[in-house]
Ligand binder design. Structure first.
Ligand code: NAP
Length: 163
């Protein structure tokens, strides 16, 4: 069983604004898609409602305490993180928590690796992830993207692997 976590945050630790990502960085989204392709992904109900459909070629698991929350098949709903992790582990050897804040923090102690993209900008938003202590992880940069005509901010993708 291998839980991973993936998220992107700005320099000021913002991850969301009004239910959406606070940036438009196509190659960052492409990188997220490559890393999570074929895997199970676990997300909070608000993160799901950001896009309101299944991310393709992945088992999408949405966590909600609402007993009557309905989702179109094949998206799965889980009433808590434990159930979501069990479902995910039955699908793929590696599976991801992809947000939001509480699920990332709740999964951290069990995660084998964390893929953290730092968007090199100070961003206005309403959803912030506290700084995470990666002292028990080996950290390396796996991608760096400069500003270009499609990317208003540079970003760096860090991989933190538990030691
Ligand atoms: N930058 C990134 O990498 C990234 C990643 C993901 C999301 N985002 C952004 O972050 C924002 C959403 O994140 P968020 O932290 O506000 O919300 P969220 O975690 O996506 O959703 C919160 C909801 O998830 C459910 N939930 C969370 N933990 C649960 C648990 N342990 N057991 C049962 N249900 C649980 C609850 O749903 P109910 O209220 O239905 O019970 C809760 O209200 C959006 O703006 C999104 O675009 C950014």
């Amino acid at each position: 069983m291998a839980l991973s976590i993936i998220f992107a945050r700005s320099e000021n630790h913002c991850i969301g604004y009004q239910g959406l990502l606070p940036w438009n960085l196509p190659d960052e989204f492409a990188s997220f898609n490559n890393i999570t392709d074929g895997k199970a992904i676990i997300m909070g109900r608000r993160s799901y409602e950001d896009h309101n459909c299944a991310l393709p070629n992945r088992l999408n698991i949405v966590v909600s305490r609402q007993l009557d929350y309905t989702l179109p098949a094949p998206i799965r709903c889980a009433a808590n993180l434990t159930t979501a992790l069990e479902l995910a582990a039955s699908h793929s050897s590696e599976y991801f928590i992809i947000g939001g804040v509480k699920l990332i923090l709740a999964g951290l102690s069990q995660a084998s690796r964390v893929v953290e993209t730092i968007v090199h900008a100070e961003v206005n938003g309403d959803t912030f992830l506290p700084a995470i202590d990666f002292s028990h992880f080996k950290s390396e940069i796996i991608e760096h993207h400069q500003v270009d005509e499609h990317h208003a901010s540079a970003f760096t993708v860090w991989q933190h692997t538990r030691t």
